[in-house]
Ligand binder design. Structure first.
Ligand code: PHE
Ligand code: NA
Length: 454
């Protein structure tokens, strides 16, 4: 089992792996979700807890995922099975991979709908629809969009096709080429936006909001939100990172690569906050506006500002790129599995999967209009997909991976694959993986359910 490579190919270099995994991690979670949950949870203290969660739970579990992927050199389902068998354990650990594939479909379907909104806003900003728009009109634009299934389906379909286009190209020609161009573009766009927001009057207020630590603002609820988000934002618990790990070159350090990915994901989230909040404060708006923060508040702000249409266009382009590289990683594990299992070419595999997620996405977007009265466990279909994946499936998947690597396979296997030379660092990781991460995940898992159903 020593120097196996994946039948799907391998990343050209360590940096390509880091870029690809960062592409997966950096997405709507950073630019859309992180700012609005920070706004809802009072700012600085929440940010601090979130950073602790990334370090103590996210990083150790991400290392475990990459480790299993690279050891197994296959899609998450088969990698879990083979690594379990290699350790003399049950083949049914592949079930963890199955939960992941299912979670991937479900996340993809609502993710693609939100990405479709982003595409719509790119187009709208591009043609100047938001010039001097007021807050009522901006609300109107967003609500009209949600009420119109045809428009939603068009943009959702375009996004699904964009993702399929990259996936059919395979690891080297598709994924690698995409991230090589899109990730640098994303960083440039982000810095352009930061330069812009740093010139606004509200910059100091925005900075203060993100980094001023006041523990009295912290509630038990926000701690749980922070922990849950650290999972979603690092793409953990569903096999995306495991699949990317299976294409990783053998002789590269997993630990340092993962640290880089976590740092970049965190930086992008913080910079996104430093872009959004100054704009919000400059315009005297409410930071705690919720999910509409990006789609309603920001267009108003851009509408009022000199050059706002151009920067608005750049901003939504940035969000679109980020969503694209994340969605690719949502589809890759299942594609790899179909290719391994049935010996299919990538094209049919991709078409089958594309149709499945497209259909689920249509159901998700329908929950804003033609099937708005359909409820699952009290949620609209869209909210159900979001809730069940983020609060149940990803934590469960992550918990299983932590237990698998921390307790089921041997310490020696893990140590061989990680090849950390410092015993101190290895032990720190091992303790975090075996104890801190599982307890942390169990806590969010149980508390979020209790919160929801009490
Ligand atoms: N990490 C992505 C984001 O922050 C979302 C994601 C979750 C992507 C799980 C892949 C897998 O937007
Ligand atoms: Na993220």
């Amino acid at each position: 089992m020593q120097d196996k490579t994946s039948i799907h190919g391998a990343w050209t270099s360590r940096w390509i792996f880091i870029l690809a995994a960062t592409g997966s991690a950096v997405g709507l979670g950073n630019i859309w979700k992180f700012p609005y949950i920070t706004g809802e949870n009072g700012g600085g203290a929440f940010v601090l807890v979130y950073l602790c969660c990334i370090l103590l739970v996210g990083v150790p579990i991400m290392m475990a995922e990459v480790l299993v992927g690279r050891r197994g050199r296959q899609s998450p389902i088969n990698a879990m099975k083979d690594v379990a068998l290699e350790a003399g354990r049950s083949r049914y650990w592949s079930l963890v991979g199955w939960i992941g594939v299912l979670a991937g479909f479900m996340i993809f379907s609502f993710y693609s709908v939100v990405a479709g909104w982003v595409l719509y806003y790119i187009a709208g900003m591009g043609v100047g629809d938001f010039i001097a728009i007021g807050s009522d009109d901006a609300n109107g634009v967003f609500n009209d969009l949600l009420a119109n299934p045809q428009t939603l389906i068009i943009w959702h379909s375009i996004f699904v096709m964009m993702v399929m286009l990259v996936i059919v190209g395979g690891v080297k020609k598709g994924l690698e080429n995409a991230v090589k161009f899109l990730m640098p573009a994303l960083f440039v766009l982000l810095l352009v936006m930061l330069a812009y927001s740093s010139q606004t009057e509200g910059f100091a207020a925005g900075w203060d909001f993100l980094f001023h630590y006041d523990p009295s603002e912290l509630t038990a609820e926000s701690v749980l939100v922070a922990l849950g988000h650290s999972f979603f934002t690092l793409s953990l618990g569903m096999g995306a990172i495991m699949a990317y790990g299976s294409y990783m070159p053998k002789k590269t350090s997993i630990g340092s690569a993962v640290i880089w990915i976590a740092i970049m994901d965190t930086l992008v989230a913080l910079i996104a906050g430093l872009v959004i909040f100054p704009i919000v404060f400059t315009n005297g708006m409410d930071p705690g506006k919720g999910p509409g923060l990006m789609f309603v508040t920001l267009p108003v702000a851009f509408g009022q500002m000199p050059g706002g249409q151009i920067f608005g266009f750049v901003f939504f382009l940035l969000v679109g790129v980020a969503a694209w590289t994340s969605a690719i990683s949502l589809m890759e594990p299942a594609t790899a599995w179909l290719v391994e299992k049935f010996n299919w070419h990538r094209v049919p595999a991709c078409i089958v999967l594309g149709l499945i997620v497209w259909g689920l996405g249509v159901a998700a977007l329908g929950s804003f209009n033609f099937i708005s009265d359909v409820k699952l466990a009290g949620f609209s279909i869209f909210d159900f997909l979001d809730f069940v994946t983020a609060n149940i499936m990803l934590p469960l998947g992550g918990l299983c991976i932590a237990i698998f690597v921390g307790w089921i396979i041997t310490r020696k296997m893990a140590a061989n694959e990680l090849a950390i030379s410092s015993p101190l660092l290895f032990n720190a990781w091992y303790i975090a993986l075996r104890f801190i991460a599982p307890v942390g995940v169990l806590v969010i898992f149980i508390f979020s359910l209790v919160e929801k159903f009490k």
